[in-house]
Design a protein around this ligand. Structure first.
Ligand SMILES: [Zn+2]
Length: 91
């Protein structure tokens, strides 16, 4: 078995805000700003921060996934790309 981590680039394309317990039911609207979040506890993110799109409505929310927000930045598709390390084992 060989360990071959794979890095995937995930650009921010939509508002991904959701409330706890509603995973898979993200808002989905066009983002107007980007939330800069602290790293996930799983430690699977290469970056020190994670970018998540927010529409105007969801950017104003104080709870849910916005509790980890450090700051908001104007949407910039060339900057706001998340790099996710996929842990894979091959035979
Ligand atoms: Zn939204």
């Amino acid at each position: 078995m060989n360990y071959s981590p794979e890095i995937k680039s995930l650009p921010v394309t939509r508002c991904s805000f959701s409330y706890p317990g509603t995973y898979g039911h993200e808002c989905g609207k066009r983002p107007v700003s980007v939330a800069v979040l602290t790293p996930s506890e799983s430690g699977h993110w290469e970056n020190e921060v994670f970018y998540a799109g927010r529409c105007a409505e969801c950017a104003a929310e104080k709870g849910g996934e916005n509790t980890r927000v450090i700051r908001f930045e104007p949407m910039n598709p060339s900057i706001h790309i998340n790099r996710l390390i996929c842990h894979r084992w091959t035979a």
